[in-house]
Design a protein around this ligand. Structure first.
Ligand code: BG6
Length: 485
């Protein structure tokens, strides 16, 4: 186990730390995955004692950790790791409080649970106050910038103080069990991998649908929109995991190099094809789970009378390489949609020749990789209908690989547990490299420019639907349809 680790959480009294990081660390401790020597410091600018911080953490864990996972003995161990250090992040002299607590012989992990706009100044102050050592690691939350130029600036500043091998850029989708299982599915199953290209695959769909709205984040979200919030990172990471070539090994560098190749091969959506290959939407009022909900413009915190920020995006793109030439990748993500669900669907091509005349309107084989809810993988296959009279009729059956049932574990770990554990171990395989961030911004910038120059505005859609009708048209004009089972 990794010993002598000090985890320092910047923004320890914020939502991310309270809702995700501290509960994830508690769960790791409960699973026996934290070395006894590990210490955790919460940093924020409020004048709070360690006792108060511990009390506050206890309250939050009660809120965010299920009762069935509560263990007094574990809490006693976990709480003894916690210290609160008061630091105003903008004042270098206050970093002395941190320095006094640090020990150069140990490994520091600096977790930035803060707005990205201050990553750079925190790094400068950490360095200026002598808190950065050769083995110090830094963890950055998204977004890394707003476009290619600003992401380069953030990466550049952080890179002045931390080498790339010590920078861990989080995309929490990479911590999800099914995303990692995608690697196992593809590279541990020869029969799957041999059917994974343009000779067998008709098209790929990636959907991340949410029923929630913008959850009180209007002023942040209105400047960002769904393309930057979800596509630039989560959806493109999923696309990379689906499309990348087999890496030479599971080493971080090998995997990350393959992902960059895919991002560079992504066919750009430009002024010439943006009308046919993209749809922007914004939710209007509607119903979610039988309850009325307001539209985007009426959300709490709405600051303007009109806004053209998209809360829904549907795209069609291609990966221009030998394996995927000609195979469309359809991406779709939106807030306030009919149901919550994130999945990848691999649709296989038709048979070269149909010998089952009574098979009716059969769909082709599909492989469905479900990230949430009900993590698992389904393979839709066809078998003969049972019965003496059914000589040549087919029916669709599903082979189901349900992770929750088969794992024997009582729970599936939250993405943050997985990611924190990897940072502690010092393994970057589930983190995003600088090359990936910048390549994905480059692709998104081209699309954003095309939206801008062609004046592509948002289409309204009712909350509780699958987005604007143009999204159906985007795929149906190719003779295909979104999977909405
Ligand atoms: C975050 C986005 O990165 O991912 C949110 O900023 C979004 O807007 C969230 O709601 C979705 O994550 P998940 O794990 O619920 O799919």
């Amino acid at each position: 186990m990794n010993s002598n680790i000090d985890l320092v959480i910047f923004g320890a009294r914020g939502d991310l730390a309270e809702r995700k990081l501290l509960p994830a660390l508690y769960q790791l401790d409960r699973a026996g995955l934290l070395d006894d020597s590990m210490r955790i410091a919460g940093l924020a600018r409020q004048e709070v004692t360690t006792e108060e911080f511990v009390g506050n953490t206890h309250e939050n864990l009660n809120k965010y950790v299920p009762d069935s996972d509560w263990d007094e003995q574990c809490w006693a161990r976990f709480s003894s790791r916690l210290t609160y250090v008061k630091v105003d992040f903008s004042k270098q002299e206050e970093y002395q409080n941190l320095k006094d607590w640090l020990n150069e012989e140990r490994t520091q992990i600096y977790y930035m649970a803060t707005p990205p706009s201050i990553f750079g100044s925190i790094c400068e102050n950490l360095n200026g106050s002598g808190c950065v050592f050769e083995s110090s690691r830094i963890v950055l939350e998204k977004p890394i910038g707003h476009d290619l130029k600003s992401s380069k600036a953030v990466n550049g500043t952080v890179g002045e103080f931390f080498p790339e091998r010590n920078i861990y850029r989080i995309d929490h989708y990479l911590g999800k069990e099914t995303v990692q299982n995608l690697l196992a599915l593809r590279f541990a199953n020869r029969m799957i991998n041999s059917q994974w290209d343009n000779t067998c695959v008709d098209h790929v769909q990636i959907t991340a649908a949410e029923t929630v709205g913008i959850e009180g984040r209007w002023s942040y979200y209105d400047k960002v929109g769904q393309l930057r919030d979800m596509v630039q990172n989560h959806l493109l990471q999923l696309l990379c995991m689906v499309a990348m070539e087999p890496p030479n090994s599971l080493q971080a560098d090998e995997i990350r190099a393959e992902k960059v190749k895919i991002l560079r091969a992504l066919s750009p959506i430009t002024e010439d094809n943006v009308v046919e290959q993209s749809v922007r939407g914004q939710y209007a009022a509607g119903w979610i789970d039988g309850e009325p909900v307001v539209g985007y413009m009426e959300e709490e915190g709405s600051e303007r009378n009109t806004s053209d920020t998209e809360t829904f995006v549907a795209l069609k793109t291609y990966v221009d390489n030998w394996r995927w030439a000609g195979v469309p990748f359809y991406l779709r993500t939106g807030k306030r949609m009919k149901a919550k669900g994130t999945e990848v669907v691999i649709s296989y091509k038709e048979h070269p020749h149909a010998i089952f005349p009574d098979s009716g309107d059969q769909a082709n084989n599909r492989l469905i990789i479900r990230l949430q809810p009900n993590e698992g993988i389904e393979l839709e296959m066809f078998s003969k209908k049972q019965g003496l009279k059914e000589r040549s009729s087919l029916e669709k059956r599903t082979l189901n690989l349900d992770f929750f049932d088969s794992s024997g574990e009582s729970r599936i770990a939250d993405a943050y547990e997985t990611l924190l554990l990897e940072v502690i171990k010092g393994d970057q395989w589930l983190f995003v490299s600088r090359g990936e961030v910048e390549s994905s911004w480059e692709w998104c910038d081209t699309l954003l420019d095309a939206w801008h120059s062609k004046g592509i505005s948002t289409k309204p859609y009712g909350s509780g639907t699958w987005g604007p009708s143009k999204s159906e048209m985007l795929i149906e004009k190719d003779g295909r349809s979104w999977r909405e089972d």
